[in-house]
Design a protein around this ligand. Structure first.
Ligand SMILES: [Zn+2]
Length: 396
């Protein structure tokens, strides 16, 4: 995997040292000796399966429903835009003017400037760009939402049990419930805010095991602005009965974060999927662009707060991919092969990786639950021995 590392060491160089030590100049010997010292220090701290306690004390999981890796890594997809606009003058469309550039890296920065120029440059890394030899994929074979969220939240695909998006509690305990139990937290200290109503069910296998607010649901909060927004959500409707505006979900989550200071926050945003099903690519792009503004607001707040600054790991991912073609970009299913391909980003004081992952082993979505646990010093195999293991690259 080629990424920038916080501390650099090279095993091959050390082997070469042993073989060629008599031919080396003093300079090279000194350099390699330094590397050997770093390596020894590294093994001293992390050897024998003992992991030094990390800095992570809080976790934030964010999911962006059905956001394709194509937009995340490549920005506006011109073929898709052309397929959805009746106006033959593509250059005249608002989406083109706002988000187009010839270079894919410039395009994605236009769509998500904070994510790419700030987060991925200075604080985190992102896996799943097939053009760079990185893959993140679902292990469930259904490639729609409930199976995807359940795989993320329980660490295991259960195609035998989860076959629909029905509003039923998760058949298995989730990692959110595990956090509440193991970290001995109050209900509102493990909180899930979601635009889609089904998340309130998928997030737990026992009703009210964790705090949830999802879909069109009132949120009681002392701030009068939040109270007004809670009422307004029932008046300013989206085109969908089960998904409210992401803006409402985000504002509630921020208010909860500031007032109740959860150790674990799950923010589940949904508009990207529904606008895509409606073939409104312009709205998909504007939703992604708004997510980026939310990230900026969230991050700015975290940096000024003593409980969260430099002590919070953020993991961002999606529940499924979508079709790769102008014909099927709006859809996802077991039959659409590319909808198994996803991505994930991690911003953590305990992970030195920066930028895009390249030429590395594939990651599976059932590893996310155990990865979150490992960041906060827990072993998820205690709850689910069949769950995917922590993503090794993040802890090397
Ligand atoms: Zn969908």
């Amino acid at each position: 995997m080629s990424v920038e590392w916080g501390c650099n060491y090279n095993l091959n160089a050390r082997d070469a040292f042993v073989k060629n030590k008599f031919r080396m100049s003093l300079n090279v010997r000194l350099k390699l000796f330094k590397r050997f010292i770093y390596l020894s220090a590294f093994l001293f701290h992390f050897g024998n399966g003992v992991v030094e306690a990390g800095k992570t004390e809080n976790l934030i999981l964010i999911t962006l429903d059905g956001l394709r890796y194509q937009e995340l890594f490549g920005g506006l997809d011109l073929g898709v835009l052309k397929s959805t606009t009746k106006d033959k003058n593509i250059e005249g469309t608002k989406s083109y003017k706002q988000f187009w550039a010839n270079d894919p890296e410039l395009r994605r920065e236009k769509l998500m400037p904070f994510f790419w120029r700030e987060w991925m440059k200075n604080y985190g890394s992102v896996a799943g760009n097939p053009n760079k030899g990185s893959s993140v994929r679902l292990s469930n074979r259904l490639h729609f939402s409930y199976p995807g969220y359940s795989e993320i939240l329980t660490g295991q695909a259960r195609d035998d049990l989860i076959k629909s998006n029905k509003k039923v509690l998760n058949p298995n305990p989730t990692v959110l419930e595990f956090f509440r139990d193991k970290l001995n937290l109050k209900q509102n200290e493990v909180a899930a805010f979601a635009s889609w109503d089904v998340i309130g069910f998928a997030a737990q296998h026992k009703s009210e095991a964790v705090f949830t607010n999802s879909g069109y649901e009132a949120y009681v909060h002392p701030d009068p602005v939040i109270q007004r927004l809670s009422q307004l959500q029932f008046e300013m409707l989206t085109p969908w009965d089960t998904v409210r505006h992401d803006e409402v979900t985000f504002k509630f989550a921020m208010a909860h974060l500031k007032s109740y200071r959860p150790r674990v926050l799950y923010l589940s945003l949904g508009e990207t999927d529904d606008w895509a099903h409606d073939k409104r690519y312009d709205r998909v792009l504007s939703a992604i662009s708004r997510f980026d503004a939310y990230f900026n607001e969230l991050w700015s707040w975290l940096q000024l707060d003593a409980q969260y600054a430099n002590k919070t790991t953020i993991l961002i991912t999606t529940d499924h991919g979508r079709g790769n073609l102008s014909l099927n970009w709006h859809s996802h299913s077991a039959q659409i092969k590319d909808s198994k391909n996803t991505w994930l980003a991690v911003i953590s004081p305990d992970s030195p990786l920066r930028g895009e992952w390249a030429d590395t082993d594939p990651v599976v979505m059932d590893q996310i639950a155990a990865t979150l646990c490992k960041f906060i010093g827990l072993d998820y195999s205690e709850q689910n021995p069949k769950a995917g293991k922590p993503i090794a690259q993040l802890f090397e």
